[in-house]
Design a protein around this ligand. Structure first.
Ligand SMILES: *Cc1c(COP(=O)(O)O)cnc(C)c1O
Length: 494
């Protein structure tokens, strides 16, 4: 399997050769500013689907991922996946610690074929180390980085900025990994006490937390400035693990298969009924994996994209207009991990929508990268949109509170604010007879304040998270200065 860039590597000439999986693993953007995608999507037929139905999560991951990764020997890949997807890592977030299954499906309303009811379910993706779905892919990234760096005898210094979920998922994935150091910037005193404790209590020598006196945007700007210093970047082998990383998207494809099998448990033999998935979305990484699973032949009847008040993606799927917002137009909401101004993975989907023509993508993103918008209404591309199975909607703070209350009252289940956005929109767009699976993207313990606002009580915490605010913390506090951060890296990156 070779990879291409959505921008055609600047020439429009993809050719048959292109980088392999391991060659793009440690990089971010393609050199031409585009995003990497496989040259073709592997196709999975009904027989294979029937065989995959009862595999363990690690074995299912192997079946899916070996189609995208052909430059790691299969036995190594299998061993690496078996090390990654263990009950020990992925089942410890559950308060009740009942299930041993990774990514279990929880029915809110069971299917009832006599009533023509497909059922409503939540796919639990947040039982990993940091209580958010990002662990599903990030833990694998940690294993892949260590494997590739050891084989190449290299090292990497991962530099990132976080307002919460991504940074902690990256740190828990990379802690103790040889060849990898993490420098994670966060806004000083602007994260919740729980989020601070989650990150700053890590004592691993290869994890460096840097709290900058400023806002998230200041931290982000420092990361950009350091990465734009090409000499510094090369000397210190600066890398990233942001949401455009292809390996993260690929790893996320696996749980759509898992969710599909669980939601169609009763289906016999070669019967492959369609299933709908509702996905709380920000940077379009999670739902992009659903799109790819569908392109591979998984019978996904509908991909329901849910946004919060920052509805740039909902607007596109309703109107054909993609209009990234400015920082000033982006509002801080109670589902903060979806507070995005532009969706960094969206270019991958548009590439497929425009018939994989990199010239069209270049033209559209020339507008986006210049701070503008594009409008596909009235173009033939928009006529193709229905064939991709998307539907969309948005959700507000009031919707989140109502959905959290309603879900607790009706099903006795506490859900987090992002999952509530997904459930609200998924419910509104249900079609009879088709199961609707809402992807859970975080546990409510991560967003206590809004849960208290909705229910008047605190969500339960997994046992190992109780009292983490009292643990000793390790963090360097500094001014929002590029030079200060560089000096810190110089001092610790050897
Ligand atoms: C990252 C995140 C999202 C958004 O996922 P994308 O892949 O960026 O669309 C939604 N919910 C939570 C809790 C997250 O951490």
């Amino acid at each position: 399997m070779r990879y291409l860039s959505t921008r055609g590597f600047a020439t429009g000439e993809q050719g048959s050769s292109g980088p392999t999986f391991t060659e793009i693993l440690l990089g971010g953007l393609a050199p031409d500013g585009g995003l990497y995608l496989p040259q073709t999507y592997p196709k999975i037929d009904g027989d294979e689907l029937a065989r995959w139905r009862h595999l363990s999560y690690a074995d299912l991951a192997h079946e899916v991922l070996r189609r995208f990764i052909d430059d790691i020997p299969p036995a190594d890949l299998q061993a690496l996946l078996a090390r990654t997807y263990t009950a020990d890592v992925y089942c410890n977030g559950r308060v009740a610690a009942d299930a041993q299954a990774i990514a279990p499906l929880r029915w809110l309303e069971r299917p009832d074929s006599r009533q023509g009811e497909g059922g409503l379910a939540i796919l639990e993706l947040s039982n990993g180390p940091t209580l958010a779905f990002k662990d599903m892919a990030m833990q694998l990234l940690g294993q892949l980085f260590e494997y590739a760096l050891t084989r190449q005898g290299e090292e990497i210094n991962i530099l990132g900025a976080t307002s919460g979920d991504t940074g902690s998922a990256a740190e828990y994935a990379m802690r103790g990994k040889s060849g990898v150091r993490v420098f994670m910037l966060s806004p000083h005193q602007r994260m919740s006490a729980f989020q601070r404790a989650q990150m700053y209590s890590l004592q691993d020598a290869n994890i460096h937390n840097i709290a900058v006196r400023g806002m998230f945007d200041d931290a982000q700007d420092i990361v950009k400035a350091v990465s734009n210093d090409h000499a510094f970047k090369a000397r210190y082998k600066i890398g990233a693990v942001n949401s455009i990383n292809w390996a993260r998207v690929a790893a996320q494809v696996v749980y759509y298969f898992k969710g599909y099998f669980a939601a169609t448990e009763g289906a016999d033999g070669d019967d492959l009924p369609p299933v709908a998935f509702a996905v709380p979305s920000g940077n379009f990484g999670n739902i992009c994996a659903g799109h790819i699973a569908r392109m591979m032949g998984l019978p996904i009847g509908r991909l329901v994209l849910a946004t919060n008040e920052n509805d740039v993606l909902d607007e596109f799927f309703r109107t054909g207009i993609y209009r990234p917002r400015t920082t000033g137009e982006t509002v801080a909401t109670s589902s903060p991990s979806m507070d995005i101004s532009k969706a960094s993975n969206f270019e991958r989907f548009i590439f497929d929508l425009v018939g994989r023509d990199p010239a069209v993508v270049r033209e559209l993103w020339a507008k986006v990268d210049a701070g503008g918008a594009f409008d596909l209404s009235g173009t033939p591309f928009l006529d193709r949109l229905p064939a991709f199975g998307f539907a969309s909607g948005s959700s507000t703070h009031a919707d989140r509170l109502t959905t959290i209350r309603d879900t607790y009252a009706k099903y006795g289940l506490m859900i987090d604010t992002h999952t509530a956005d997904g459930l609200k929109v998924g419910r509104a767009l249900r079609t009879p007879a088709m199961p609707m699976v809402v992807l859970e993207t975080a546990l409510p313990a991560k967003f206590e304040d809004t849960l208290v606002e909705a229910l008047g009580r605190r969500p339960e915490r997994p046992a190992r998270m109780r009292g983490i605010e009292d643990l000793p913390q390790r963090v360097a506090v500094m001014d929002a200065s590029v030079e200060a951060v560089k000096a810190f890296i110089e001092e610790h990156a050897r």
